[in-house]
Design a protein around this ligand. Sequence first.
Ligand code: NDP
Length: 284
Amino acid sequence: MANIIDGKAISAQIKEEARLEAVELAKKNITPCLAVVLVGDDPASQVYVRNKKKACELCGIRSLSYELGADTSEAELLELIDRLNADKECNGILVQLPLPKHIDENKVLLRILPEKDVDGFHPYNVGLLSIGKAELKACTPAGCIELIKRSGVDITGKSCVVVGRSNIVGKPVGMLLLAENGTVTTCHSRTKNIAEVCRNADILIAAVGRPKFITEDMVKEGAVVIDVGINRGAYNKLTGDVDFENVSKKASYITPVPGGVGPMTIAMLMKNCITACKAQNNIK
Ligand code: NDP
């Protein structure tokens, strides 16, 4: 039976580290500050935004909240971002995705100053990630790496297989594994013999968005399995991309859903807020 990687405990550790850094910053009269922008009334986004604000409070990060109507124009949103970019007190800007259809997401993400891009989605930060120099790393992928490393697993030289190639999870997690000296293979919907490729993995990351996609026969004995998937089934029950019940009999380490990767995203966001604040105040 695999060791279960406790994402709640590890995320609590990271938030505590962020809180301690905020205490140090307070001694210099600096309060890290995150602006959270929500457009529209998507209930899932409202929950995410509420949780982000709660985490800020816990970590000693000030949060500014902008809840805009669904009919907000692209120009109005861009104008708000310009104001937050210019605001010296505000260290990080997070625009909750998805945005209403009439707003060009790409244009909005490009408008955020890279040094305030605490989601790590700006092409400048994505570029830094690809050359191994990112300070602000995409939160969920960075969270996956923390889960692996804090479980005592060394990524160096390991065969790492990522299933999924999205810009927000699959690609950045592949870059981060490479930066940790893993040997990385990325799979997607056109990959041939995917089960065979997955069976070669010492570290397998599933970011597919299909419930129980990774089955026991796709996993090598003793592999480390990280499940990014969040799939909502009947009665809103959460299921990961991995068949946890059977894969956990074979893996050496595995993340559950819920309670694995999920809580890491906000913890890494808190860490990015502190990083952004320190960089903007020239603190090493
Ligand atoms: P996307 O839908 O953007 O990407 C899914 C990827 O999986 C694509 O690259 C797609 O391939 C690939 N894929 C789909 N079907 C297959 C298949 N049959 N065989 C092989 N590959 C396949 O999803 P995201 O990356 O945004 O998210 C992935 C999962 O992670 C979702 O469940 C999402 O909810 C969850 N998630 C969790 C987060 C967290 O905080 N824990 C944060 C972000 C996401 P192709 O490119 O060829 O279409």
